[in-house]
Design a protein around this ligand. Structure first.
Ligand code: C5P
Length: 233
């Protein structure tokens, strides 16, 4: 099976617009990300419909709780048959290890990745909650913790990709939002990279929302991005 690099973020309030968009795309060209808003509105039924159409799903629910609760949530998410799930690395080693064990015991284990620091957190926000290292140090430390706990990878900003690729080696999965094709609107993203630059810096997969979902022709936008990155690792 092909391994599309683009994960389209289905940031919609309900099943109707999400399915309408998905039906304009193709599972050969992309995977789909379902996050808290859409999943809370629709539940697993939507995932089933998307998977029936052939799409692999990144279920972006960012679990963060005590180890047992997180592990049970991961077990339930894995049983839905999705391709990738995630947790917050700030839940700590015991939580990460419990999540990893729960996933690896499932019959069809999804990839399990961790969010390091939310990119919406400024240096001041991070300091305010008592973390006094630089963003790079914190992200690097949390990625190391995720890797030591047996996770498959992390979500990271394109700006951190090069650092983490060097630190974590070639097999570690780096999933990168904040991607904007050249000339595309930035929307509310500030530090962005083009798809080509992010893959060259070491990203494994690119999360792209509005440049595709809000395009007049989403399939064409997806095909254009895929043609820009063809042949890249
Ligand atoms: O529309 P856009 O391409 O900006 O969407 C990016 C997607 O990636 C959204 O679903 C957003 O929530 C998610 N994301 C992000 N930055 C992070 C983590 C996730 O933009 N640090």
């Amino acid at each position: 099976m092909s391994d599309p690099k683009i994960i389209v973020a289905l940031d919609f309030p309900g099943a109707v617009p999400a399915l309408a968009l998905a039906h304009r795309l193709s599972p050969e060209l992309c995977r789909l990300k379902v996050g808290k808003e859409l999943f809370t509105a629709t539940g697993p039924a939507l995932l089933e419909q998307l998977m029936k159409s052939g799409f692999e799903i990144f279920l972006d629910l960012k679990f963060h709780d005590i180890p047992n609760t997180t592990a049970q949530a991961c077990k339930a998410a894995a049983s839905l048959g999705v391709w990738m799930i995630n947790v917050h690395a700030l839940g700590g080693r015991k939580m990460l290890e419990a999540a990893q064990i729960a996933v690896s015991n499932s019959s069809k284990p999804p990839k399990l990745i961790a969010v390091t620091l939310l990119t919406s957190m400024s240096r001041d926000d991070v300091r305010e909650i008592g973390i006094d290292t630089t963003t790079e140090e914190t992200v690097s430390r949390l990625a190391q913790l995720a890797q030591e706990s047996g996770l498959d990878g992390v979500v990271c900003s394109a700006m951190e990709t090069e650092l983490l690729r060097a630190q974590c080696g070639n097999k570690f999965c780096l999933v990168t939002p904040g991607i904007r094709p050249a000339l595309a609107s930035l929307d509310d993203q500030s530090r962005v990279m083009t798809p080509e630059a992010a893959l060259k810096a070491g990203s494994s997969y690119l999360v792209i929302g509005r440049p595709i979902t809000k395009a007049a022709d989403p399939l064409r936008a997806l095909l254009e991005i895929n043609s820009q990155i063809r042949g890249l690792p």
